[in-house]
Design a binder for this molecule. Structure first.
Ligand code: IMP
Length: 179
C-alpha cells in the first residue's frame, strides 16, 4: 500500500539548522569543558540520524552515548515508559547534552531528564530537533531547538511510524491515506 508524503522540512533546511545548532553548542560549551569533553546522549531510536549529523558538525571534543526508552505505539504515547538501555558512560560530574528527535507532549523527555539528574551531571541541557508545543502536557525547557512544528505526525530523518521510514532524508508529514 503506497503512502502519501508531503515534505515539511527539506534536507537543505535540516542541514543548515543542524550547522547553526552545532555552532551555538560549540560557543556555549567551549568555556565550560576546558580540557574535558562534552557528553552527548542521543535518545534511541528516533534521534540516531540527528545525533550523528550534529556530532559531526561539532568542533569541540565530545563523547557520545545513547539511551533508549519505549513510550509510543502507533502515533500515540502510551504514557508508560520502559527503560530499554541506559548510557554506559558515567554521567556524574559531566556536562551532558541530551539530543532528542522531537518533544511532543514532553512526558518522555521530562522523565528522561529527571532520571539523568539523579546521576548528578555537572550540567544537563537538551537539544531537540523538533518541538510540537500545541501538544504539550509537561513543560520541558529546550536549550537548543531545531524547528517548531504544528500538530502533525511526522516521519523521516530518524523518526518512524511503526519502525518504518526512518531513512527518509527529509522530515515529511505522515498520512496513511492511500494515493
Ligand atoms: P512525548 O513523550 O509525547 O514528548 O513523545 C516523544 C517521543 O514520541 C519522541 O521521542 C518520538 O519518538 C515520539 N514522537 C512524538 N511525536 C512524533 C511524530 O510526530 N513522529 C514520530 N515520532 C513521534
Amino acid at each position: 500500500m503506497p503512502y502519501r508524503f508531503d515534505v515539511l522540512i527539506s534536507k537543505a533546511q535540516i542541514e543548515k539548522r543542524v550547522a547553526e545548532l552545532a555552532a551555538h553548542i560549540d560557543a556555549d560549551y567551549a568555556p565550560l569543558i576546558g580540557k574535558g569533553s562534552l557528553l552527548v546522549i542521543g535518545i534511541l531510536k528516533g534521534s540516531f540520524v540527528f545525533t550523528a549529523d550534529l556530532l559531526r558538525q561539532l568542533s569541540l571534543p565530545a563523547q557520545v552515548d545513547f539511551l533508549e526508552v519505549a513510550s509510543y505505539q502507533g502515533t500515540e504515547s502510551t504514557g508508560y515508559l520502559r527503560w530499554l538501555r541506559e548510557p554506559r558512560i558515567g554521567i556524574e560530574g559531566r556536562h551532558v547534552l541530551v539530543v532528542e528527535d522531537i518533544v511532543d507532549t514532553g512526558v518522555t523527555m521530562n522523565a528522561i531528564l529527571h532520571k539523568l539528574k539523579e546521576n548528578r551531571p555537572a550540567s544537563l541541557k537538551l537539544c531537540s530537533l523538533l518541538h510540537k508545543p500545541s501538544r504539550q502536557k509537561v513543560a520541558v525547557p529546550i536549550d537548543y531547538k531545531g524547528f517548531t512544528i504544528e500538530d502533525y505526525f511526522v516521519i523521516g530523518y530518524g523518526l518512524d511510524y511503526e519502525e518504518k521510514y526512518r531513512q527518509i532524508s527529509e522530515i515529511v508529514l505522515f498520512s496513511p491515506e492511500r494515493t
